[in-house]
Structure formats: C-alpha cells, structure tokens
Design a protein around this ligand. Sequence first.
Ligand code: ISJ
Length: 96
Amino acid sequence: MTDHTARLAEFRDRIDSLDGILLHTLGERFRITNQVGHLKAEAGLPAFDPDREAAQRARFHEIAREVGLPSELVEQLMAMIIDQVKLNHEKIRGEL
Ligand SMILES: C=C(O[C@@H]1C=C(C(=O)O)C=C[C@H]1O)C(=O)O
C-alpha cells in the first residue's frame, strides 16, 4: 500500500466511526422525542412548540459558529430532523 492509500484508509475508518456515532446519537434523540410525543399526546399538548424551536435555532447557530459549520447547513439538517419528530408525534397522537 502506498502512503496515500494508507492515509485514505485511515481517514475513511475515522469517517465510518463518526458516521456511526452520528447515527446512534440520532437514534437516541428519536427515542427521547418519541417519549415526548407520548407525553404530549397524553397531556393534550400540541406536537409543535414554536417558542422551543426558536430557542433551539438560536442555539444551533451558536454551535455552528463554535464548530465552524455553515449556519444554513446546520439549520436545514436540524429542520429535517425536527420535521420528522413532529410527524412522529402526530402519528403517536393518532394511535392513542
Ligand atoms: C420534542 C418536542 O416537540 C417538537 C420537536 C422538537 C425537537 O425535535 O427538538 C422541538 C419542539 C417541538 O416542536 C418538544 O416539544 O420538546
């Protein structure tokens, strides 16, 4: 193996490991938001909480700046996740 091939393989190992961490973390986030979905459905609370989401967006921008990621990327990524959470909440409510 050339030095470049070995370094590429090392980088890809690290990428695979980080992808695993990201997806396991996402799975854990969905497990917790599903619990929130059950709690809200039982309490008759709406799936969507705009004040909470506004506070989260402000925090996402702050974190994006800290870690050097484009704010738009972080915002779009988190909006996709949160939209799916709200769909899950509607589904949970429909099943009660
Ligand atoms: C999980 C919640 O429900 C919704 C989903 C959110 C999320 O995925 O972070 C945030 C706010 C709500 O619109 C919540 O209210 O905390």
